[in-house]
Design a protein around this ligand. Structure first.
Ligand SMILES: *Cc1c(COP(=O)(O)O)cnc(C)c1O
Length: 377
């Protein structure tokens, strides 16, 4: 018996025993075994993105947000504008990062239930010729909303605007082809679809764009160009490497390749299907329609039933072995359940059952949100 719970938050996620076992040994920073792991990590991520010779992988110590900040700071020239597409919590986060690092940003704000379209992007770019880069979350994890990337990339290609994709919540699950998109950068996290552990992030960057970015970054430590030069020149990390997280990610990538991208996506999609169908059958309502939702995470309206208590719900789930995310990232009260991680729909059926039991325990008999109850009256 362990105290290990199934993590239903979108990062960190539940990892496999093999991935955790990869962290049981120490590595010194420049030993050949560790440099080989680093090289394997970089090459595998380029391959997964179909980056060929045109893209390089720059791993970076720290978090996904840090990698977003490093990417924007390194690639967006001062004096040109950055357009931030925002239709959720993580788009809003990008809007906070940009001014904090001295970038001039404009926003294309959309409702949190509405994916960005080529037409909306086209209009925003036409309105402001000073925009040289666009950044968008492929999936905004605040709700799970999916922004179809290819139509947005087509607009950027046609207008010669650099596209930066925050693919932290999608990479490894939803297909992304760097060369076909001709994206300037794709930001990746190990601790979502890839089922690695936190401690690093990675950016797939078009080599030519990175070469042109020498000396541009606002930050010494977050400079992707300098970070990349270290890997290129010596195969080494620039500062103390996240040795355990690197070893875990390589182990997770080997398991990922054995499972295959299509099978990983299918497994998480089954988790999502099971969750959404199961909770809707209990009366819960999702914030997003299925057509615009990704299988990454699902956001549900909080029940209006006066017996519902958020903390009691989460505590009841915890006792049953499930960890839920405490925050609500929408303007109205919601809860979220993530579908990524090393588990399948057998486990998700248990999650659904646990939610039902938690509601019964509280005496919640009606799981619909307020607007549905009013509509029915
Ligand atoms: C998780 C996530 C992030 C933030 O990653 P951290 O590692 O928590 O900094 C950024 N963007 C998206 C879309 C995410 O899902």
């Amino acid at each position: 018996m362990t105290d290990q719970r199934i993590i239903l938050t979108p990062g960190p996620v539940t990892t496999s025993v093999a991935t955790r076992q990869a962290m049981l040994r120490d590595y010194s920073l420049n030993e050949p075994e560790f440099l080989a792991l680093t090289a394997e990590l970089r090459a595998t991520l380029v391959e997964l993105a179909n980056g060929g010779e045109r893209y390089v992988c720059v791993p970076l110590q720290g978090t996904g947000n840090g990698a977003n900040e490093a990417t924007l700071g390194t690639l967006v020239p001062r004096g040109r504008k950055l357009l931030i597409i925002s239709n959720g919590f993580y788009g809003e986060r990008l809007k906070q990062i940009a001014p904090a690092i001295g970038l001039t940003a404009v926003a294309l704000d959309l409702p949190i239930t509405q994916p960005a379209t080529a037409d909306a992007l086209e209009a925003a770019l036409a309105a402001d010729p000073a925009i040289g880069h666009v950044v968008v979350c492929h999936v905004d994890t605040g709700t799970g909303l999916l922004n179809p990337i290819e139509p947005l990339a087509a607009v950027c290609r046609r207008r010669g605007v650099g596209l930066i994709v925050d693919a932290i919540a999608s990479f490894g699950g939803l297909p992304l082809d760097a060369c076909a998109l001709d994206a300037e950068a794709i930001v990746v996290s190990p601790n979502k679809w890839l089922e690695g552990v936190p401690g690093l992030a990675a950016v797939l960057v078009r080599r030519a764009a990175l070469e042109a970015a020498e000396g541009r970054c606002h930050s010494y430590c977050l400079d992707l160009y300098r970070q990349w030069r270290s890997f290129e020149d010596s195969g080494r990390w620039r500062f103390t490497p996240p040795t355990q997280a690197t070893a875990a990610l390589v182990a997770a990538l080997r398991q990922y390749l054995a499972e295959g991208q299509a099978a990983r996506l299918a497994r998480v999609r089954r988790n999502w299907r099971c969750l959404v169908d199961g909770l809707r059958a209990l009366g819960f309502e999702t914030v997003l329609a299925n057509e615009v939702a990704s299988p990454v995470i699902t956001t549900f309206h909080q029940p209006a039933d006066p017996n519902y208590e958020r903390e009691r719900f989460f505590a009841a789930m915890w006792r049953r072995g499930f960890v839920m995310f405490r925050g609500s990232l929408t303007p109205f009260p919601t809860f979220r359940i993530g579908c990524m991680g090393a588990f399948d729909d057998k486990v998700m059926r248990e999650v659904v059952r646990a939610v039902g039991e938690a509601m019964a325990e509280m005496g919640v008999t009606d799981c619909r949100p307020a607007h549905q109850q009013t509509a029915a009256e």
